[in-house]
Structures are given as structure tokens and as C-alpha cells.
Design a protein around this ligand. Sequence first.
Ligand code: AHR
Length: 683
Amino acid sequence: MKKQVIYFFGAILSTLFLLSWVSVNNKSNESYITPALDTSSTKAARVGKPISPDLFGIFFEDINYAADGGLYGELIQNRSFEYSQSDKDAWNNNRNWHSLTAWEFTTKGYGYGTISVETKSPLSANNPHYAVLNVEEEGREGVGLTNLGYDGIVIRAGEQYDFSVFVRQLSDKSIPLQVSLQNKSGTVFGEANFSTQTKDWKKYSAIITATHSDDSAKLVIVAKGKGKIAIDLVSLFPQKTFKNRANGLRPDIAQAIADLKPKFMRFPGGCLVHGDGLGNMYKWKNTIGPVEQRIEQRNIWNYHQSAGLGFFEYFQFCEDIGAKPVPIVAAAVSCQNSGGTWRIGGTGQRGLPLSEMKAYIQDILDLIEYANGPATSTWGAKRAAAGHPRPFNLEYLGVGNEDKITPEFRERFKLIYDAVRAKYPKITLVGTVGPGPAGEDYELGWKFADQLAIPVVDEHYYENPEWFLHNNLRYDTYDRSKSKVYIGEYASQGNSLYNALAEAVYMTAIERNGDVVRMASYAPLLARQNYTSWNPNLIYFTGVKVCPTVNYYVQQLFSTNQGDIYYSNIVSFPVKAGLRDSPLAVSCVKDSKTGDIILKLVNAGSIATQARADLSGFGQINPKASRTFLSGPPLAEDNLANPQNVVPETSDFEAKQSFVYDVPPYSLTIIRVKTNSNRKASH
Ligand code: AHR
């Protein structure tokens, strides 16, 4: 409610700005004014400047159940019994969160026994907890465990599911086990049977075909004989994962991400990278290899990371969607907010002891070898063993995530930076300049970046839409001789069309400054409904639905209409545009692969206007152009709980060398024109 009032006043303000421009500048509707920044002479401006080919990508962090219970295809929650009270901080304490969360002890048909969670003889020391089922009387239907998935398990009739479990027989006799998919009232929708074979840990697998569809099914494993067994890593995967990969991804969410056509993907975060205290730092080596040997850990967002979606899966996904991988490693310091520093005196930022830096740096060098080394190298061999002998072609590596720029940070960052540059000079390192668009860490971060000549630095900002309109000139004055910028996280604090258009205005400025801004990614990407610890997000989902927001469509329209050459002075408005606070913005880029000229026209205000485009410098124009248009109610939030269905629509557009286009209020228009232009950019 409060938010809507803010947006309402925001919209009124932007309207007033626009009205005042109209009265000052719109003396005659005939005179068109080129956006304020395009001041260079027409001829010179039309030469075009090369811009980053990697501009628009995605930021993935396991926040809001983005990985487990989200993109990762596993249907069993808490499959290794590793959930623990320590996953939660003091403010998120939850009595129902423990090693048997999402599990129920199942004793139907007069059976009885006990269930416990033990650690004495685990399947792997990395995965210490397992369930022990002691069946004293199996009754008619057996005694066992039921997993409830994430808000239930979604199954589809006729689909096949890969079930597997590790079992150790603790009593003498073999025990028959039955595993079934059931609906809430216990009707069986598919089952498999097997018997324990050994007193050692052994993996048992079966394919279960679902006979019915159900959005809230459960997986029931029961022992149908007396005795004692240990159970660990209970897994259920749909065979249909994204690109049918084993240990793969939920296809509908993965496809929504793929449809963004991101040029790069940052992973695994965010604050998740540097972690809540040194012990919580993300360690990539813990996340590769057989899933039963991966090391699970607390998620800084107050839940649990199974590490099933680990670095191999991230790299593989990047390759599958044509995105350059941008892994981020901690700069050997923990998050400055560790231990809830912002609420009470927490532990704050801590640096890894210097005596541990050698090993830590080696881990980072090993990551590069894992991604790029030959299959014969130590770490390249592990990648090959996972099924990918070819390198993943890593180009970028981020070090640090919006860290406080302290002497401890600087010392550790420099050690990492020097070591990576010495061994892998071709890797583009991305530094960090604090959590906000200005302030002490931003200043100190930039000073430090200047000193080290860090190739790219990571800026973050979550601000209101007016901030984005007000700051659309931010990069026009950046020193081109300094570090390039990766806007690693940004969002305008809402999922309304107005928010998305404010972001679109800003994205035209990113394109205009694509010579200094190398990459940009909206954040966060994903949120499971009812599990959000952060809003807004780009895509919301439940177990069955995936709902892209209007912000998603703006990202998609920019990403799928990227160019590599930027042209000034192609489009003009009757009022001044492209000024600080202006709701009007335009960009013109060329995609040199196709020769297409792409115009993006944004009106984040409530007044219709006209734009005049002059494409005469681009040679012959193919009149058969396309127009993609996004508009709708400006202030309503557009998310899963409240879908507005504001989606882009593409239609034919008749292009001419020079034309006037009516720009409706609250709209984004993309006009894509084919030319025979072979003009080169100036270098
Ligand atoms: O995107 C959510 C969080 O915002 C990220 O984890 C962190 O880097 C930033 O503060």
C-alpha cells in the first residue's frame, strides 16, 4: 500500500517534469530536439562507437529458494538429512527446521518402529547425517519415511522419474523396501520395489512412471520387513530436465532464463559468496563431484544449500544457454554484515588468516584450471570426469562482492589479484566497489581499483525509480581511461511497469555508455512464491508456475536487441530527452552480425510524445521492419500473486529513411530495421 502511494507520487512527479519540459521546449511541435547528450555534430556522431558485446546478462544467487526448490531439478527436500537449526540465524529461528524437516515418519497399517538421525558411520564424511529406520513390526503397509518435497512434489502422468537412495542394512536379514509416489490421501501414483543387499552403503535406483498428475504428491519409502536400515541421499528427479542433463535443472525455470538470451551469467551470488562469517564462505570445491560427497552448508539467506547445483552445473548451464560464465569468489573476507551486524553488533567482516591465504589462492587458481585447463590437468580431469572434457572458456572472474573496503580486504584482494594475473593474465578480473552507488566504500573501492588498474569493477545499487531517472547521466562522465564497470546488481525496488521503464531508461544510458560499462545484470533473478527473503525479483515461480515480471520483459527486450555499435543523434523528440530526471530516453545500436539497426524508445512518463528518426546515414532501408511494444497499467505490481500480463507484442513496422513515431505514455518500443549498411564504427 505504502509502496503504491510512493509510486503514485513518483508518477505525478515524472509527469510534472515532463509537463514543464513541454511548456519550455515545445514551442513548436515542428522542432525536434535530439537527446541532450547527443551534442556532437551529426556527421561525427553518426560514425558510431563500439560498445561492449557482453552488456546484458544475469545474476544468479541462491536466494528466495532460487537453487534448491527452484532451478535445481531435485524434487526431494532435505534429501540428505543435513538441515539443521544452525541454518537459521537468531531472527529466523524455526522449531520445525531440523534434520527431519520435510520428512514424516510413516507407520500405517499397525506397523511400528522408530526413526532417528545419526552420524556415526556416514555415507561420506562430507555428508555426515543419515536416517536410521528401526522396524519392530512392519504391519500391513510397512514402516518408513515420507518426503513432502517443496510444498508437495509435482508429478505429471506418463512422465518418468529417476529415484535413488543410499541404504545400509544394519540388521542381518535383507529387508524389502517399497517406494511410491502418492497423492495427499495416500493413493499410489507409481511405485518401485527392491530389497537391501549389503551391510555397506549401496545406491539403489529405480525409474518410477507417474500414473497421474498431481501438484502436491509425496514420496513414501517403507520397509516391509522387520529390521534396521540407514538411509541417505534420497533423490527423485524428473527425467525431463533442461536439455535432459543428469542432476539437471527444472526445465520451465531454466527455459525462462534461457529466453533472456543473457550474454553472461554471474554465480553463485551475491552475499552468498562471501558468507555470513568466515565459516560460511562459498567454496566451489565443495560443490563438485558425486552429489553424495558434496559439502552442504547453511545458506546466508536462512535456509540450506544442498550444493546439488554446484559449479559444474553452473558452467554447464552457462554453456547450454550461450552465456559467458562469470563466477565470483570471495576476496577472502566474510560479509561485513556477518552475524547480523546491522541489527546488533555482529561479527562483521573478518579476513581469512594470512596463513591460510596460500591454500585459498590455490583454490582460485584451481577453479580457473577446472574451467579452462586441459582434460589432462589435475582439475581439468575432474571436469572431464563430470562429462565435459572440453574447457568451459572462462573469460571473467569476479573477486569479492560489495565488500567493505578495509585494509584487511585490500591486503587479501591484492594477494589474489596478483596471483591470478601472474598465472592467468588473459582472465579479466572483476573487483568490487562496495554495496552502493556512492559513499565511503564506493570511493575507497574506486581509489583501490585505480591503484591496481583492475580491469573491471562491480557496482551495485537498489534504488527507487526516480533515482534511475535522476542518474541516467551517471556514466557519461566516467573516466574512460580507468577500470570498466560491471553493474553486477541493480533494480528499482518494484515490479510495476513504471519501475521497469525507469530501468529501461537507465539501460539506454548503459548502452550509450557501453564503452565504459562492460556488463550489467538485474538482481535478484529468481524467487519461489512464499519463500522470498528479497523483493523485487525478475522471475517468480511456484512448483508448477513460472511468472516473468514486466522487469523481465524489459531485460529480455534489451538483451535480445543488443548491438555492438552505438549511434548518437539518430532519434529526436519535440522535448528535451536524455536529461537528468527525464522519463524519455532513446538509444540506437547496430548489430553488426545482422546489420540490423535497433532503436529503443522509452517513455516512463504519462504524456505521449513523438520521436523523429533519421536513418538516412545507414544506406538502404528495408521497409519491412518490426516493432515490439510493451505498455500497460503503470503502477500495478506485476508478479505471480498479482499478474498484470504486461507482455511485449511484436508486429510489422514500415520503416523509412526518416519517419516520425508516436511514443505512447508508459511504453517501451523496440524498432528493428534491416539495412544494407556496412558502415564501420570508429575506433
Ligand atoms: O541481490 C540480493 C543481495 O543484494 C545480494 O546477495 C547482495 O550482494 C546484495 O546486497
